[in-house]
Write a protein that binds this ligand. Structure first.
Ligand code: FMN
Length: 234
């Protein structure tokens, strides 16, 4: 029997996350003699279940890590979680399964799936540090549409490709021949300019929800010049 651990690492609190959705789609592909465990990073931390969940990871045969791209990398919450896991495992002289296979499912807001590549590289590097076998990533663009428009006709191709990619993970996981598989890139067939326009509208409405104006979205709180102009120098 294989132990497969699915980790979803969207920092979202109340909203439904694409990462959870991807985990569900992927998990449904695993049938037969498989024990599945699910870890939501935010909940793991909030409910103080980290050690318990780290134990689960230590016993996994396969780890599937789903997360959104944040500032072209991993969300901080996941970065920290993986660092803590690495420390836990080094301090306790724990041994992870020496055949542990790791997969990354990354979705981003921009339409081009290739921009997730750097983040996949971070998971690859984490795997190397753990002595695990990083297998491949599934890189998905236009994340903003995956949930909201999942039943729209233009999503058919991307949905088919996602299903195929998750079938590949499920098969690869259960196979002992480690033929190398390239990262799988999936994009949504939708006019780019229209998608970006809708995305911009979305950010403006989120800003309004939090009492901000459109121009506030262009502020650079990290810029020294702006900090001085605001009267709150760092
Ligand atoms: C703080 C923040 C940073 C983000 N950075 C990027 C980015 O660098 N590139 C990108 O394409 N999308 C970026 N996004 C968009 C998310 O990757 C996208 O909305 C994703 O679908 C969210 O997935 P989730 O529902 O699993 O959290 C960012 C979103 C947030 C909130």
């Amino acid at each position: 029997m294989k132990n497969v651990v699915f980790i979803s690492a969207s920092p979202k609190i109340k909203e439904k996350s694409v990462s959870e959705y991807l985990v569900k789609l992927a998990a449904d592909k695993f049938t037969g003699d498989v024990d599945k465990a699910f870890i939501n990073v935010r909940q793991s931390i909030n409910k103080h279940q980290t050690l318990e969940d780290f134990e689960k990871i230590s016993q996994a045969d396969a780890l599937i890590i789903a997360f959104p791209l944040y500032v072209f990398c991993l969300p901080g919450i996941l970065m920290r979680y993986l660092e803590d896991f690495h420390k836990f495992y080094s301090d306790k002289e724990k041994f992870i399964n020496n055949k542990l296979k790791i997969y990354a499912l990354v979705n981003c807001g921009f339409p081009e799936p290739g921009i997730n590549q750097e983040a996949v590289g971070v998971i690859r590097s984490f795997s190397r540090h753990m002595g695990a076998d990083f297998r491949f990533g599934v890189l998905i663009g236009s994340g903003g549409m995956l949930l909201q428009a999942k039943d729209a006709p233009f999503m058919k191709k991307a949905t088919k490709e996602m299903n195929k990619a998750f079938d590949t993970i499920a098969m690869d996981c259960q196979n002992d021949n480690n033929v190398s598989v390239r990262d799988l890139l999936i994009s949504v067939k939708f006019p780019r300019r229209l998608y970006l326009f809708m995305g911009d509208r979305g950010w403006i409405s989120v800003a309004r929800k939090y009492g901000l104006k459109k121009k506030d979205l262009y502020r650079k709180p990290y810029s020294i010049e702006e900090a001085y102009n605001s009267g709150n120098p760092i």
